[in-house]
Design a protein around this ligand. Sequence first.
Ligand code: DQA
Length: 149
Amino acid sequence: MKFLVLNGPNLNMLGIREPEIYGHETYDDLVERTRAACEALGAEAVFFQSNSEGELVTAIQNAYFDQVDGIILNPAAYTHTSVALLDALKAVGIPAVEVHISDVASREDFRQVSYVRAACVRTIAGQGLDGYRQAAEYLAALLGGVIGE
Ligand code: DQA
């Protein structure tokens, strides 16, 4: 099993940006923790972070050609704006889990819309960095036929 762990804008600033919302752990911590969680599931994890919408779209397209089995996606602010990311997920048809570190449901009105959600098998929010582990477990169970969509 191969998972793409895709993170959008400003997530490279974890540990610095609004620690009262996103915590003190860094993007490197996110990578380390998620890689360990994926390895424990017997999955290889490939990581990509970008502040550019187009690069995120290209990474989703490349996942198709690289035979990625599942996508763990935190589109960050593009969650609330990007039809392009939604279309890319629909184009590749790879099971994707939407992750948010913070509890977006209890935040500003403009964060209540998620364009990508319509193309995701599950959304995990408000679990901190553990949300990425939970997403990996969900994808492994789904791909292993343990659970259905
Ligand atoms: C976020 C929530 C988004 O609303 C925000 O724009 C982010 C991070 C989260 O992980 O909680 O950058 O996706």
